[in-house]
Write a protein that binds this ligand. Structure first.
Ligand code: CU
Length: 146
């Protein structure tokens, strides 16, 4: 019982420290995100991001995902994503430059991810984008920590 109480106390302590911030972004059949800038507060320890695809086109035609990298890495990762293929969600496998990513979804679908902010810093320069081939030039924005 003593051990159980100790575990319960430590779980409670971890929960008290976690601050999960929720973000939602929409995408459509016109190859657009509905936001060019997303901001989280510096108190967020985790981000729960939901991507909605409000269009009708299938994911192999107009698929979208949400990928986060440092701005300096964004174009190289986007280009690597083109050859990674849909089976890998157009994200290069095992690539440390990818800070977070969702799966690729098609029209009418939604997906969510939760990621830690421990690798992000308030003075960092981050870009989110869709890595579906040909989309990143338009479907991109800045991700900020305030
Ligand atoms: Cu896209």
């Amino acid at each position: 019982m003593k051990i159980f109480a100790m575990i319960l106390m430590s779980v409670t302590a971890v929960m008290a420290q976690a601050e999960t911030c929720e973000l939602t972004i929409n995408s459509n059949d016109q190859m657009q995100f509905d936001q060019q800038e997303m901001t989280i507060d510096s108190s967020c320890t985790e981000v729960k991001l939901t991507l909605n695809h409000t269009g009708k086109l299938a994911k192999n035609v107009m698929g979208h995902n949400w990928v986060l990298t440092q701005t300096a890495d964004f174009q190289a990762v986007a280009q690597a994503g083109m050859t990674a293929g849909l089976d890998n969600n157009h994200v290069p496998v095992g690539d440390d430059r990818v800070l977070a990513h969702t799966e690729v979804i098609g029209g009418g679908e939604s997906t969510s991810i939760t990621f830690s902010t421990s690798e992000l810093s308030a003075d960092g320069d981050y870009t989110f984008f869709c890595s579906f081939p040909g989309h990143w030039a338009i479907m991109k924005g800045s991700f900020k920590i305030s």
